[in-house]
Design a protein around this ligand. Sequence first.
Ligand SMILES: [Zn+2]
Ligand SMILES: [Zn+2]
Length: 299
Amino acid sequence: MKLVFLGTSAAQPTIERGMTCICLVLDKEILMFDAGEGAQIAYQKSKLGWNKPMRIFVTHLHGDHCVGILGLLQTMSLQNRTESVDIFGPPGIDEFLASNLKILNFGLTFPVRITRIKEGLVLDDPTYTIHVCEAEHSIPAYSYLFAEKERPGKFYPEKAKELGIPEGKLWHELQSGNEVKVDNKTFKPSDVMGEKRKGRKMGISGDTRPTKKLEEFFKGCDYITFDSTYSDTLRDKAKENYHSTSVEAAELAKRAEVENLILTHFSARYDDAEELVKEAKQVHVSVIAAKDLMEIDIK
Ligand SMILES: [Zn+2]
Ligand SMILES: [Zn+2]
């Protein structure tokens, strides 16, 4: 599992940073959070693949977070995509996509399914859940929480070989949590596998003020990416524009006992986000600034 940042700028692009777009790459699919203008260009550079199963989650309907879906869908079609794309977003997302697809006369080569979100559970996949929480922004906006379900323990093939369990179907049975019999001897999954592993938790704030509600929502996350539009010297401006400063993001992460904080959505006034990281590190020990095309392995 890895996080890939495709765009880390707020409101307008800079030479170094594109518009907001974050991908959580799982073995079986890509979960994309927001797609600002030009998302398909960054996506192409990331080499994540045009036909991989994908779900797109939109935090709010500001152009820098959703306009890129159109170009992305069109490029996917030109790449002859056949896999469907599921898009989740606030009320209005369906209208936005339907009218654009109609006016631009898109001929999509694959099905697109749209789901309007509201607070609570929006997706229950066999291996993870996605929850949504209201954020505090200048228009209705939402934050997302990806929570992996408990993972099976690590499989040790050498142990299975030692016990004389033949490779193939029986290994698969054990990996699926079932007992198997070999020469009248019964083997349990725990004979060849380690302890079950806790699922990983990852939060995406979108554009927001730091609120008590989000602090609860992100409680105990392994990673969160958080609105860090401004340096703390512009706290008033952050309040006025319904964004957060790097220090406010760090304060929330600390109170929520989040392991690692990734700052993103930087105002174009900052050429270098290091100043913002420095401030946030006074509050939280693990802080980094997202950069375009940066990849982070989520262990
Ligand atoms: Zn924004
Ligand atoms: Zn916004």
